[in-house]
Design a protein around this ligand. Structure first.
Ligand SMILES: [Ca+2]
Length: 267
């Protein structure tokens, strides 16, 4: 049976992975709507999300919503970039090396999981060294805005549509495992697996009462607490956890095969 491990900060290092050569060339190319990043032969894309104002959280009419998703409130986020997919195992290995933690469910194109929040911080620090850029985790507000389709939102219940099987891996169709990223339909912004596959760490400290007092412009989470936010539900979740407003938190040292992450960047 799969279970989660709780770890301390800073248990991983990236020894011997700091040097680059021509063969290990790194590039970042930007077009109007996309960043294309190549790291040691592994290419990934970041979608540029135009900022805007949206209704974050769940309304009182949503019978599946929990109190932590309320009240629904207006939030404005600035333009940012977010990963088209969850961070894959091949990207993790390109950045951090083969000797480090690998996912429970092995596969180059599968999402990286079994990564604590602290592991993600180390990965991002190493990626930033390699690229000279400032990748980071998304805030919870950015995550939800992007999951809802940003300013192209059609108001779907799940990221990408109301037909959950068409857009997400979850308890009802996953066969109790992760799947290669980008196999289901994308959402309005071209983002894959925002609902399902793996839960995604966000940068915020988790506060179940945060919405009643959060700022309206670029909220960054509650005060320091026990947990960091994760969003989107995962391969083992029931349907109601895949909704775009669903939210939860875990101890940042948690490593388990249900939790991975997605990159973001301020533009
Ligand atoms: Ca996901």
């Amino acid at each position: 049976m799969l279970f989660c491990l709780i770890t301390s900060a800073g248990t991983f290092s990236a020894q011997g992975k700091k040097k680059t050569s021509k063969r290990n060339k790194v590039s970042v190319e930007q077009t109007q709507n996309m960043l294309t990043v190549t790291v040691k032969g592994v290419k990934f894309k970041m979608v540029i999300v135009d900022g805007g104002t949206f209704t974050m959280g769940a309304s009182d009419n949503d019978a599946e919503a929990t109190p932590r998703e309320k009240p629904a409130h207006q939030v404005t986020v600035n333009t940012f970039a977010i990963g088209q997919t969850e961070v894959t195992q091949e990207l993790w290995r390109a950045v951090m090396g083969k000797t480090l933690n690998e996912g429970e469910f092995k596969g180059r194109k599968r999402p990286m999981e079994n990564v604590a929040y602290y592991d993600c911080e180390e990965f991002i620090a190493e990626l930033n060294k390699l690229t000279g850029k400032k990748f980071r985790l998304p805030t919870e507000a950015e995550w939800e805005y992007a999951a809802r389709g940003g300013n192209k939102s059609k108001g779907y219940k799940y990221a990408g549509g109301d037909d959950l099987d068409a857009v997400a891996w979850y308890k009802g169709n996953s066969d109790e495992m992760t799947h290669k990223v980008a196999q289901k339909l994308p959402n309005e912004l071209g983002l894959y697996d925002m609902s399902g596959n793996v839960w995604e760490w966000c940068s915020d400290w988790y506060d179940e009462n945060y919405y009643s007092a959060s700022p309206s412009l670029n909220p960054e989470g509650g005060v320091k607490s026990e947990n960091r936010v994760n969003r989107g539900g995962h391969w083992g979740c029931d349907f109601n956890r895949l909704r775009v407003s669903d939210r939860d938190g875990d101890i940042p040292g948690t490593r388990c095969p249900m939790i991975g992450f997605r990159l973001a960047m301020t533009l």
